[in-house]
Design a protein around this ligand. Structure first.
Ligand SMILES: [Zn+2]
Length: 309
């Protein structure tokens, strides 16, 4: 998962028009409304594909037309006695999601507040009806996924257009995703990660393997360059060591950093490796070889210095 900037105030015109056409029926029949999938699917498909570089909003796998679906973050028909029917055509509620993630998540939407309505208790509860303006019209602002009216129910599932996944998730050396936040530090945030992984199956075998493969490729490249560098400096005894180090290693650091570009798959992997390069990558390579440890630390220091300039 990675953060995507979507302008909630600028839904695609076809979605806006479709919502206007369906609004009366939707608000009358509520969850019994016959949702027009053309409006929330075909009409927004291209915009979502472009925004997400054709990747799944949850697992970051590239999607083909066969695996592309439009997911309702808050389900239009929930697994239980709730339905966010009024958000069925809401731009901030629509995410491009691969079939695997969508089939796992379905109508689930756990929230941290009590799910039963508690009248006069002052306690907050799951949102079950749209917010209306004093004149009885729909409050369109309160339909946006980042509005307190919805956020106050404290959803567990991370929203890639509101939450910053880098603050929650981390890829381990094994390729598994785990929480960056300790349970004791913030239980709600910890649970958000746990439930997000569980709801969309973000640690399914194929995803772990794909993320692990990216880390292995980095490892492989680095090992090759170390061998090349040692051979070259042994044979040539260069006067200017730093320029040889730069030549040998900067390209690899750039490859790792580039893996976090938004059009790449599983970008959280490159970001996690880069953030913890010594632990995840270097240690695996130098084991107890202090000469190589020093070399990698030196190369990294040179690289960071060059970036700061
Ligand atoms: Zn997916």
């Amino acid at each position: 998962m990675r953060k995507v900037n979507k302008d909630f105030n600028a839904p695609p015109p076809a979605l806006q028009q479709g919502f206007e056409d369906e609004k009366e029926d939707l608000l009358t029949k509520k969850s019994d409304h016959r949702f027009n999938s053309y409006i929330y699917n075909n009409a927004v498909k291209e915009e979502l594909k472009e925004l997400y570089h054709n990747k799944c909003a949850y697992c970051e796998s590239f999607m083909s037309d066969d695996t592309f679906t439009v997911e309702h973050y808050r389900p239009k028909k929930g697994d239980g006695d709730y339905s966010y029917y009024w958000l069925g055509y809401e731009w901030s509620n629509l995410l491009p999601v691969c079939k695997k993630c969508n089939n796992k998540k379905r109508g689930q939407f756990p929230v941290a507040v009590p799910s039963q309505f508690l009248p006069n208790s002052g306690k907050k509860c799951r949102v079950k009806i749209p917010q209306l303006l004093p004149n009885g019209d729909l409050d369109m602002e309160a339909m946006k996924a980042n509005h307190p009216y919805l956020l106050d129910e404290k959803p567990y599932l991370l929203h890639p257009e509101i939450d910053e996944p880098k603050e929650y998730l981390f890829v381990k050396i094994t390729g598994e995703l785990e929480s960056q936040i300790g349970k004791e530090v913030n239980e709600y945030h910890y649970k958000r990660v746990e439930k997000t992984i569980q709801l969309t199956n973000l640690n399914r075998d194929v995803l772990i393997t794909n993320r692990r493969r990216i880390i292995e490729d980095f490892e492989h490249l680095l090992r090759i360059q170390i061998v090349n560098f040692l051979k070259f400096s042994e044979e040539n005894k260069p006067d200017n060591l730093s320029s040889v180090v730069k030549l040998a290693f900067f390209v690899i650091f750039e490859i790792i950093e580039n893996q976090f570009k938004d059009d790449q798959e599983y970008t959280l992997t490159g970001w996690s490796v880069w953030k913890n390069i010594k632990e995840i990558l270097f240690k695996e390579i130098y084991k107890d070889n202090q000469e190589i440890e020093k070399l990698l630390d030196y190369a990294l220091a040179l690289y960071i210095e060059s970036k700061d300039q």
